[in-house]
Design a protein around this ligand. Structure first.
Ligand code: HEM
Length: 120
């Protein structure tokens, strides 16, 4: 199994991740109405920035979620699915980095979310 090496690998990761995540009906509701064609390139750009220091991503990611009806426990589900998708497809330094960054971000999001919106 090879490591995450380029943007095509990130695209594959993102597409497979959403395939899995959206099997959950509750999760699916949150993404209802989202234009995935427009969304996926943003996520790919985000992970290219995180993993390959590629410039061009300046969005405040947490703020992008504030309007969504996310429940705190769903951050755990998001993370579990993300890490499982990485493990299924890749192994190596970047794969480990992706999981580590996702873990840190999901944890931070969840804590900030609970402070802002309560824990239910
Ligand atoms: C339960 C957990 C999560 C759900 C349901 C969720 C859902 C979404 C949705 C629906 C959008 C599109 C928002 C819009 O454009 O209107 C979005 C954007 C995004 N999310 Fe999440 N998200 C979750 C957690 C995370 C985490 C932990 C990260 C950090 C790695 C993350 C990274 C992003 C990025 C990078 C964008 C794109 C922002 C942009 O448009 O540039 N998400 N998310």
């Amino acid at each position: 199994m090879s490591d995450i090496q380029n943007k095509d690998d990130i695209s594959l990761l993102v597409v497979k991740f959403y395939d899995k995540l959206l099997q959950d009906d509750e999760m699916k509701l949150i993404f209802a109405g989202l234009d995935f064609k427009a969304h996926v390139p943003n996520i790919v750009q985000f992970w290219s920035f995180v993993l390959f220091d590629e410039e061009g991503y300046k969005t405040n990611v947490f703020d992008k979620h504030l309007h969504l009806p996310i429940k705190p426990h769903q951050f755990d589900e998001w993370l579990k699915t993300f890490n499982a998708t990485v493990d299924e497809l890749f192994s190596g330094e970047k794969a480990e980095m992706a999981k580590l960054r996702a873990t840190t971000l999901a944890f931070t999001f969840k804590s900030k979310w609970e402070k802002l919106k309560g824990s239910n």
